[in-house]
Design a protein around this ligand. Structure first.
Ligand SMILES: NC(=O)c1ccc[n+]([C@@H]2O[C@H](COP(=O)([O-])OP(=O)(O)OC[C@H]3O[C@@H](n4cnc5c(N)ncnc54)[C@H](O)[C@@H]3O)[C@@H](O)[C@H]2O)c1
Length: 259
């Protein structure tokens, strides 16, 4: 129970990677406030984890609105007494060729993925400092933070910026005993993947031809990394983004796809 007596917030926790992280944090002993913009799916997720015997609650918030993020952090402190772990996981993908991206497209993706996470870090850190306790803040980045895919320009830009949020916040918050780290997953089997990145057989083949592990990752495999980073096992890690990606980023050629 490496997260016993810890209080965690997970944004975008109604499904996918966020739900898996919330479950894993709870399995490791944390009390978890799940948050999402989708109230119905959030209620179902909270009921699911509560039914498994975990100490969880739900709070609806749109991370692109700073006031929502403030209310979310306040809700965790009000409900569980403090905040130890903040996982800025909520994100949206947008598949659109570079030359067709509009101002509204740009603002929407940057608003959720970059602005949302920035204020998630800032507001969570303020609560941790006010509570006089150390803490851990984790930002859910992507391999797209480092690779240039012009079909997901806004997404890639947002995640590249997010890595700098992680780095700059790590330096700013180290004197307060707060670690800030990132996770950059490769291709993980979630709704986002099916809707955005792997929508047909051609995209499936393209992704798998560049994935040495020969398969997509599962949300629980990202959650295991999040649990490690949130725990004292990672006590000397801050400022880095680590990549559970099945070998995607080190590959310098393509591999045969097993049918
Ligand atoms: N699935 C992948 O292959 C993959 C790879 C790399 C990174 N990621 C990142 O992991 C995170 C989770 O991805 P996922 O695949 O589980 O996605 P998902 O679409 O399955 O789930 C995302 C959740 O975020 C919520 N959300 C969206 N906008 C929000 C907002 N403004 N405020 C609060 N909640 C909001 C959605 O309602 C949804 O429940 C994202 O940041 C994503 O960029 C995913």
């Amino acid at each position: 129970m490496k997260l016993a007596n810890r209080v965690a917030i997970v944004t975008g926790a109604a499904r996918g990677i966020g739900l898996a992280c919330a479950r894993r944090f709870a399995e490791d002993g944390a009390q978890v406030l799940l948050s999402d913009i989708d109230g119905a799916a959030l209620a179902a997720a909270v009921a699911l984890l509560a039914g498994e015997g975990h100490t969880v609650a739900g709070h609806v918030a749109d991370v692109s609105q700073r006031a929502d993020v403030e209310a979310l952090v306040a809700a965790a402190v009000a409900r569980f007494g403090r905040l130890d772990i903040m996982l800025n996981n909520a994100g949206i993908a947008q598949v659109k060729p570079f030359l067709t991206v509009t101002e509204a497209d740009f603002d929407t993706v940057i608003g959720v993925n970059l602005k949302g996470a920035f204020f998630g870090v800032q507001v969570a850190a303020a609560a941790m400092i006010a509570g006089g306790r150390p803490g851990v803040i984790i930002n859910m980045s992507s391999i797209n933070s480092r690779m240039a895919n012009p079909d997901v320009t806004t997404y890639a830009i947002s995640k590249g910026g997010l890595n700098q949020v992680t780095g700059t916040a790590a330096v700013a918050l180290a004197p307060h005993g707060i670690r800030v780290v990132g996770i950059g997953p490769g291709t993980i089997m979630t709704d986002m993947l099916k809707a955005g990145f792997m929508h047909d057989d051609a995209s499936r083949r393209m992704i798998l031809s560049r994935t040495p592990a020969g398969r997509c990752g599962e949300p629980h495999e990202v959650a295991a990394v999040a649990a490690f980073l949130a725990s004292d096992d990672a006590s000397y890690m801050t400022g880095q983004t680590v990549y559970p990606d099945g070998g995607r980023m080190i590959l310098n050629y393509t591999v045969p796809v097993v049918e």
